[in-house]
Design a protein around this ligand. Structure first.
Ligand SMILES: [Zn+2]
Length: 170
């Protein structure tokens, strides 16, 4: 049993290193696509290489394996029986890096959503995906609200005046 788990966990590690097309990530992609959301995958220039980037929603989504990213209080997160020290420090570093990158992304104005692998197991999948869609819609509405409040009429007038000056100089 322990050996089997270890093998599974190793497999998760390999998927995480390659960072592409793991089962859980595909589930999220297929669901979002079927609901009309459009996204980019593994944006190369964006910090932390999020699995999905939804520019329209200013949102990045990480689909994280519970072992590799050290999901707290999760029954799928169990350290292998061998090399415990090695795995422990490796996963602590991963967690610290995830946290740091998400703070930086948030500072750049991105909403960060993490979907955990265990939340995509069959019995929780529907609920997880539905609440993901709900969260995205809510983010979209709240962003629009913020933008409307942030643009006073005076600014609009100033922006409209600028192109006229540029044309005049040509
Ligand atoms: Zn988990």
């Amino acid at each position: 049993m322990a050996d089997k788990l270890t093998k599974e966990q190793r497999h998760h590690c390999m998927s995480a290193i390659k960072g592409k097309n793991t089962g859980p990530e595909l589930l999220v992609r297929q669901f979002l696509f079927s609901r009309g959301f459009r996204y980019r995958l593994n944006h190369p220039r964006l910090l932390g290489h999020p699995d999905l980037v939804l520019r329209k929603y200013r949102t990045v989504i990480f689909v994280n394996g519970c072992f590799w990213h050290g999901h707290d209080d999760c029954r799928y997160f169990r350290l292998p029986k061998t090399n415990i020290g090695f795995w422990k420090s490796k996963i602590e570093r991963n967690k610290a890096r995830d946290h740091r990158e998400q703070c930086q992304l948030a500072a750049m104005g991105w909403h960060c959503i993490t979907v955990w692998e265990c939340q995509l197991k069959p019995q929780r999948r529907t609920q997880t995906l539905e609440s993901l869609a709900y969260t995205l819609h809510r983010i979209f509405l709240e962003d629009r609200k913020t933008r409307t409040y942030g643009l006073p009429a005076e600014d609009d007038a100033r922006i409209a005046a600028e192109p006229a000056v540029e044309y005049g100089e040509e």
